[in-house]
Design a binder for this molecule. Structure first.
Ligand code: PLP
Length: 393
């Protein structure tokens, strides 16, 4: 006997992975240059040279030490560097003992949900959303409450949100810049969200935590602002990752920050650490604790994403697609040209255009295009998008 739930999770592929795997098969048949794979969010720019140089230096200078276990929560010097960097950048006073280093944002989120969840707890998530949230939240024993998308701007439908907050709400998850919409929540959106959470926390007599999932924090385009969320809402817990900012998704490194100010912060941090222990997320990859903490004020050369976003958005709009302007990350989330986004994505697939149906992100009638690819791939794909649009005329 095995857990049926885990078996199901382990065998069912996500729509994204399904398409990604199909793309590899198809590339073997028709040549990689003829398959336009916009399915997955794998950064296309290399990590900064300093990342590799630092790794090599550490491997050379500390060959015996660098592979050793660190403290469960991460090496003290690495955590101190992260705290110093956050304090410099955001004018804060974070201390190393409120940082818990993890294997990427995925592990950070799991530590937070598992650390916070008590029986009956719920987390509110805004569509469109990163589908793994449901797996992580339910894995912690809590319930995910999904707020439908506000499709004109992909900011927040506040009426729906207010209606969903209840005494069972333990936390609210945000992800800005957003996967899959590419939208950045405005300061006004965050302030309104904070005001509601502050009021509801007081009304229910317990804090409602804002869990800010921030793998795309550094990928923000000109004319947009991604405010530092803990400065807008006190009871924020930050889940960060170096997967996108430093182009290191395979190295599995990120952190949870429980700010000093957050309600019951000491207990929350201890519970995050306890969850890390119970899940086996202790001692994040040691070499990359050091490398990322030494390089945490840098980013990969991210400007290609902004150039891609501009070119792609303009071209798709010209063809008649409805696209909300992205402010960051590296995704576009246009409306599908028929209500059934799964049928639309299948039709695109026949043209070797791999785009992910919005249904899995909680926003049917849309598709996600991941444009962390070379600009030439986009240029060569545009006639396919035109042919797709023409097929509906
Ligand atoms: N959260 C969001 C919104 C993401 O898009 C991703 C990865 O694509 C993750 C979390 C997980 O990131 P990591 O590689 O840091 O685990």
């Amino acid at each position: 006997m095995v857990s049926e739930r885990m078996k199901q999770l382990g065998t069912a592929r996500s729509a994204i992975r399904e398409l990604f795997e199909y793309g590899k098969l198809r590339a073997a048949q028709v040549g990689a240059e003829n398959v336009f794979d916009f399915s997955i969010g794998n950064p296309s720019v290399p990590a900064p040279g300093a990342v590799n140089d630092t790794a090599i230096r550490l491997l050379t200078e500390q060959p015996g030490l660098i592979h050793a276990y660190t403290s469960a929560q991460g090496a003290a010097d690495a955590r101190q560097r992260f705290a110093d960097s956050l304090n410099r950048r955001f004018g804060a006073n974070y201390t190393a003992d409120r940082l818990y280093l993890t294997a990427g944002a995925a592990a950070s989120l799991c530590c937070v949900f598992n650390g916070l969840t008590c029986p009956g707890d719920e987390y509110i998530v805004f569509a469109p959303y990163f589908p793994e949230y449901k797996v992580f939240i339910e894995g912690s024993g809590a319930k995910m409450v999904l707020i439908p998308p506000e499709i004109e701007s992909f900011q927040i439908d506040f009426d729906a949100f207010e209606g969903a907050v209840s005494p069972n709400t333990k936390g609210v998850v945000i992800n800005t810049p957003n996967n899959p919409s590419g939208v950045v929540y405005s300061r006004a959106t965050l302030e309104r969200l904070a005001a509601i959470l502050t009021r509801k926390s007081a009304e229910y007599g317990h804090p409602i935590y804002l869990i800010s999932d921030e793998p795309y924090r550094e990928i923000v385009y000109a004319g947009f602002e991604a405010p530092w969320v803990p400065h807008i809402y006190r009871d924020t817990i930050v889940c960060y990752s170096f997967s996108k900012s430093l182009s290191l998704p395979g190295e599995r490194i990120g952190y949870v920050l429980v700010p000093q100010e957050a309600a019951d912060g000491g207990s929350v941090y201890a519970a995050v650490a306890g969850a890390g222990r119970s899940l086996g997320y202790v001692c994040a990859p040691a070499l990359f604790q050091q490398v990322t903490s030494i390089c945490c004020d840098m980013t990969a050369d991210l400007k290609i994403y902004e150039e891609n976003a501009k070119m792609f958005t303009a071209a798709l709009r010209e063809m008649g697609y409805h696209v909300v302007e992205p402010g960051g990350a590296f995704y576009l989330f246009p409306r599908s040209l028929e209500p059934d986004d799964i049928a639309f994505s299948e039709r695109a697939k026949k043209l070797d255009l791999l785009i992910v149906p919005g249904t899995g992100f909680g926003a049917p009638g849309h598709v996600r295009i991941s444009y962390c690819v070379q600009p030439d791939t986009i240029r060569r794909a545009l006639p396919k998008f035109q042919a797709l649009a023409d097929s509906y005329r």
